[in-house]
Design a protein around this ligand. Structure first.
Ligand code: SAH
Ligand code: SF4
Ligand code: F3S
Length: 463
C-alpha cells in the first residue's frame, strides 16, 4: 500500500504550534456519521498536514489512526466499539501506533473512552482539532490526551480542508445546533450554533471553482438559521452571494429545519438556475402530538404549508426527509399519521430510523416505551411505503431528458458512468464512443429509459 502525497501545504501561521514531527509520521482518518464529519475529517487532515504529518490511505500505512465518530444513534456508537476491537490486533503488530477517537462520540463519552479496548490514547471533540498535532506528539511519548471543550466561536474558518477527490466539495458554513430537539444528541456533542463569515464562504466557493470543483454543498445542522457574524445577512443572502460568485457551479445545501424555511429562502432558490432544486426537509413525524414532544417547533399544517410554498415557487423541486418511528408514547394512530403525511407529500426519498434513546437528552427521561418489535414493524412500513412512492415518482421520469453532472464510473458496473441530476437523482448511463467521450465534471444530457426506486438509467443524447 502507498501513502498519498499531500497537495501544496498552507504556510505555517507564526502564532501556531509548530511541528516537531520531522519524521513525517503518517496519519489515517476514518470517518463515520454525517457530511459535517466528512468535512471535519478534511479539516483534521489539513491541520495534521500543516504540522508535517503525511496522509496514509490505510491503517497498515499509518502511525496514527483517528476515528472521526458519530453518536446520533446507539448503533452508530456500537460500530465504533467494534472497530476499536478490530484495531486492537493492529496494536499487537505495531505497539507504537497512536489511536484516537474524534468527533461526536468523543464529546459524548469523553474520559470513559480512554483506554477502551486497551487501545485509545486520545479523545478529541469537534471544537478541539487544532490541538491534535500537539496531543499526538505527546501520545508518541506515552501520554494519554483528552480535549473536549466546546467553543462558542471555533469555525476553523482559516483552515482550507484537504479535499482529496472528486468534483463535489463540502463547505461547512456553521457549526453546532441550538434547536434542542428532545431526542437529539447533536446540541450536546457539537455545542452552540455559530456561523462563518459570508465573505470567506464565498471566497472558498470561488477558489473551489478555480480548483476544478463543479458542485458545492453548504453544510450545517441547521443551515437556514445561518447569520453572518458581520451583519451581511441570513442564509438566503449567503446562498444568493454564492450563486452569483460561481454561476456555473451547482449549489446544494443541507440540512434545513422546517421552522426556518422562509419564503425568502425559497424565492432565492427559484431565482438562481445554479441553486439545485432539491431540499432535504426532515419532518420526523406526521403527528402534532409527537412533534411537540420532540420540540420541533412546527405543526403538520405548518410543514405542509411550507411544502406547498416550495412546490408553487419551484415546481421541479425534489424533496427528501428524515423520519423517526417509535418515539416515546408513539401510538398506532400517531404512526398512521406519519404514513399519511408521506402519502400527502410524496417525497422523492427518505432516511428512516428507529428511535434510539440518547442519555442526557430530554427524551431520555421520557422513557422508551415502544417495544422493539413495534418499532421494527413501523420502520418496515415506512420503508415499504417510501420505496413504492420513490419508484412511482421515478417511473414518471422515463422519457425525460436531464442535465447530468458526470461523477465517475458506476460502482456496480465500471463500464458505465454515474452522475446526478440537479434534483439529486443518481443516473447511470453507458460510455459513448471515443470520438464523443466526456470526462468527470462534464455536463451531459441523458434521456431516461428505465428506473428503480433509487436509480435512473438512460443514454446520452446530443446536448
Ligand atoms: N439537523 C438535522 C439532522 C441531524 S441528525 C435536522 O434537524 O434535521 C439526522 C437525523 O437523525 C435526524 O433528522 C433524525 O431523523 C435522526 N435522529 C437524530 N437523533 C435520533 C435518535 N435519537 N434516534 C433516532 N434517530 C435520530
Ligand atoms: Fe438535532 Fe434537532 Fe439540531 Fe437537527 S435541529 S441537529 S435534529 S437538535
Ligand atoms: Fe453524528 Fe455528530 Fe453528525 S452525532 S450525525 S456525526 S453531528
Amino acid at each position: 500500500m502507498t501513502t498519498i502525497e499531500l497537495p501544496v501545504l498552507q504556510p505555517e501561521p507564526a502564532n501556531e504550534h509548530t511541528s516537531t514531527n520531522d519524521g513525517g509520521h503518517a496519519v489515517y482518518v476514518e470517518t463515520y456519521g454525517c457530511q459535517m464529519n466528512l468535512n471535519d475529517t478534511e479539516i483534521v487532515q489539513a491541520i495534521m498536514a500543516r504540522h508535517g504529518f503525511r496522509l496514509a490511505d490505510s491503517v497498515a500505512d499509518a502511525d496514527v489512526v483517528l476515528l472521526n465518530t458519530c453518536a446520533v444513534r446507539d448503533n452508530a456508537e456500537r460500530k465504533i466499539h467494534e472497530r476499536l476491537k478490530h484495531l486492537r490486533s493492529w496494536r499487537k503488530r505495531k505497539p507504537e501506533m497512536v489511536v484516537g477517537v474524534l468527533g461526536c462520540m468523543a464529546e459524548r463519552l469523553r474520559r470513559s473512552l480512554l483506554g477502551e479496548q486497551d487501545l485509545v490514547d486520545l479523545v478529541v471533540g469537534p471544537d478541539e482539532y487544532r490541538r491534535l498535532p500537539e496531543l499526538v506528539e505527546r501520545a508518541f511519548a506515552g501520554e494519554q490526551g483528552i480535549a473536549v471543550k466546546l467553543s462558542r466561536v471555533e469555525t476553523y474558518d482559516d483552515i482550507t480542508p484537504i479535499r482529496t477527490q472528486g468534483i463535489s466539495a463540502w463547505i461547512s458554513i456553521m457549526r453546532g445546533c441550538d434547536k434542542f430537539c428532545t431526542f437529539c444528541v447533536v446540541p450536546f456533542t457539537r455545542g452552540r450554533e455559530r456561523s462563518r463569515p459570508l465573505e470567506s464562504i464565498v471566497r472558498e466557493a470561488a477558489q473551489l471553482w478555480d480548483d476544478g470543483f463543479r458542485e458545492v454543498t453548504l453544510l450545517g445542522q441547521n443551515v437556514n438559521s445561518y447569520r453572518d457574524p458581520n451583519g451581511q445577512g441570513d442564509f438566503a443572502d449567503l446562498l444568493a452571494a454564492v450563486a452569483q460568485a460561481v454561476p456555473q457551479m451547482r449549489i446544494r445545501y443541507t440540512t434545513s429545519h422546517p421552522y426556518d424555511m422562509s419564503d425568502k429562502l425559497i424565492e432565492t432558490m427559484a431565482a438562481y438556475a445554479n441553486i439545485c432544486p432539491y431540499i432535504h426537509l426532515p419532518v420526523q413525524s406526521g403527528s402534532d402530538r409527537i412533534l411537540q414532544l420532540m420540540n420541533r417547533h412546527y405543526t403538520v399544517a405548518h410543514y405542509l404549508e411550507r411544502i406547498e410554498k416550495i412546490r408553487s415557487t419551484i415546481p421541479r423541486c425534489a424533496l427528501s426527509t428524515d423520519i423517526i418511528v417509535g418515539f416515546c408514547t408513539e401510538t398506532d394512530e400517531d404512526h398512521r399519521k406519519t404514513l399519511e403525511l408521506m402519502e400527502t407529500v410524496r417525497y422523492d426519498g427518505a432516511y428512516m430510523f428507529k428511535y434510539s434513546p440518547r442519555e442526557n437528552t430530554k427524551a431520555w427521561k421520557m422513557g422508551d416505551d415502544v417495544p422493539e418489535e413495534v418499532k421494527a414493524q413501523r420502520l418496515e412500513e415506512v420503508i415499504q411505503l417510501q420505496q413504492q412512492i420513490s419508484w412511482e415518482i421515478n417511473q414518471t421520469e422515463i422519457g425525460k431528458t436531464f442535465e447530468v453532472l458526470v461523477e465517475g464510473p458506476s460502482k456496480r458496473d465500471p463500464a458505465q458512468w454515474q452522475g446526478r441530476t440537479d434534483t439529486n437523482k443518481v443516473v447511470i448511463f453507458p460510455h459513448l464512443g471515443t470520438d464523443q467521450s466526456y470526462i468527470v465534471g462534464d455536463y451531459v444530457q441523458v434521456r431516461i429509459e428505465r428506473a428503480t426506486s433509487a436509480t435512473l438509467f438512460g443514454t446520452v443524447v446530443p446536448g
